[in-house]
Write a protein that binds this ligand. Structure first.
Ligand code: SF4
Ligand code: SF4
Length: 103
């Protein structure tokens, strides 16, 4: 995987190594939906810096791109986003979502 982000080497663990410790069974329905019209007026963009999977990507036009498919389901984006209505969460369908490997 090639992905450049401010999270590339957090706490001495590369982004690639962190992502290699998890499996994702991707559901067709997004369990997190971002209302990007709300994001347009957000200055802090806390989600961009806080998401451990770097799934929030700012665009040149002031928008946000979001990809739910490799979400850790950690809830951090909900903790840091203080814009009402920006994020909507439903749990992934049964059998879908993230699985953490041991060892
Ligand atoms: S999801 Fe929340 S924190 Fe992230 S850009 Fe949108 S409004 Fe801002
Ligand atoms: S739940 Fe966690 S991994 Fe998923 S988008 Fe939010 S911050 Fe990123």
């Amino acid at each position: 995987m090639t992905q450049s982000s401010p999270h590339a080497h957090r706490a001495g663990v590369s982004f690639e190594d962190r992502m290699a410790t998890v499996d994702f069974r991707v559901a067709e329905r997004a369990h997190i939906v971002v209302d990007t019209s709300v994001c347009l007026s957000c200055e802090l963009r806390s989600c961009v810096h806080a998401c451990p999977a770097a799934l929030f990507v700012p665009t040149d036009d002031g928008g946000i791109l979001f990809n739910y498919e490799q979400c850790f389901e950690c809830g951090t984006c909900y903790q840091v986003c203080d814009a009402p209505g920006a994020l909507s969460w439903t749990y992934p369908e049964g059998g879908h979502g993230v699985a953490f490997r041991q060892g």
